[in-house]
Design a binder for this molecule. Structure first.
Ligand SMILES: NC(=O)c1ccc[n+]([C@@H]2O[C@H](COP(=O)([O-])OP(=O)(O)OC[C@H]3O[C@@H](n4cnc5c(N)ncnc54)[C@H](OP(=O)(O)O)[C@@H]3O)[C@@H](O)[C@H]2O)c1
Length: 270
């Protein structure tokens, strides 16, 4: 699995990580066993970067439990998500208890109350509980504010949506991230799963075989990561087989402009 420097965060990340929205908000012995199996498989494949949030119900706790003794092999990105400072502090304390007193990338979820949380996270970073500080937003309507946060010089990571149907970040966000050496985590590489509902035929994917692409999910992951301003993509899955399939997209050769245009055409036409 290829690794990239996550901007100026000081972290080296695998290009394919994993999200936990919906897929890890689970309860019950068999669901927890499945989560453990997915995490174990991810680690075996070199996909050791995991993203979560207190917004995702039980996901942080389930991820922490699934990692168990293997916490030190993983990089954890989670988030603070509340308008209230005290609740923010409570969220951070809970997350630290799930992840062995360390969160590698602490992000401000959807920029909620970002100024206050930024100061709080800087205190935790100072004390060694937090590696890098980041900010996320899922909507292009908030990209103006995201740019303002990036320009403060106080964050080293952003998390943004990027897939062939959502390319707004190409306008200002990715160029600014590259200028400021800010790490980029790609959320929603499959358009929240929407791009996986109807996949192109094996025949249509054939021209991508020389890039190691055998499936549509791999084509979409390679599409995003072939823009080297992006450092790690975090597809979510509840299936071990999908984890293996996704992780297999994490190596060169990367697409050039022609292959990217081809995948974008396939995405629009299915
Ligand atoms: N504001 C924010 O900060 C924010 C917002 C949105 C998302 N995120 C983060 O980004 C992560 C990813 O985004 P997302 O979960 O919305 O969407 P996504 O990763 O684009 O799509 C996830 C969906 O794709 C399916 N899938 C995954 N691998 C597959 C494969 N190989 N073949 C077929 N289907 C596959 C999954 O279903 P199966 O379970 O069947 O595999 C799941 O339904 C989230 O989990 C979260 O961590 C952050």
């Amino acid at each position: 699995m290829e690794k990239r420097n996550l901007g100026s965060s000081g972290l080296q990340v695998p290009v394919i990580g994993m999200g936990t929205w919906r897929t890890f908000d689970v309860r019950g012995a068999s669901a927890l066993k499945n989560a453990r199996h997915i995490v174990e498989t991810a680690l075996q494949q070199g996909s050791n970067f995991f993203d979560s949030s207190p917004m995702y119900g039980a996901a942080e706790q389930v991820l922490g439990e699934a990692l168990g003794e293997q916490r030190s092999e993983a990089l954890i990105a989670t988030k603070v998500w509340t308008s209230n400072r005290n609740e923010g502090q409570a969220q951070i304390k809970r997350a630290l208890s799930y992840f062995g007193n360390r969160v590698d990338v602490y992000q401000i979820h959807n920029l909620v109350n970002w100024l206050e949380h930024l100061a709080l996270l800087e205190e935790y970073r100072e004390k060694g509980y937090v590696g890098a500080i980041g900010a996320t937003h899922y909507s292009s309507s908030a990209f103006g504010e995201l740019r303002r946060v990036m320009k403060t010089g106080r964050i080293s990571v952003i998390q943004i949506p990027y897939n062939p149907l959502q390319r707004e970040v190409e306008q200002d966000i990715l160029p600014l991230a590259a200028d400021l050496n800010i790490g980029v985590i790609v959320m929603r590489p499959f358009y929240e799963g929407g791009l996986m509902r109807r996949s192109p035929s094996a025949e249509e994917l054939k021209p991508l075989a020389e890039f190691g692409v055998m499936t549509w999910s791999q084509a979409l992951l390679k599409w995003g990561l072939s823009d080297t301003r992006c450092h790690v993509a975090i597809p979510a899955t509840s299936h071990v087989s999908h984890m293996i399939e996704n992780a297999a997209a994490g190596n060169a050769p990367w697409f050039g402009p022609e292959e990217r245009a081809y995948v974008a055409r396939l995405a629009r036409s299915h």
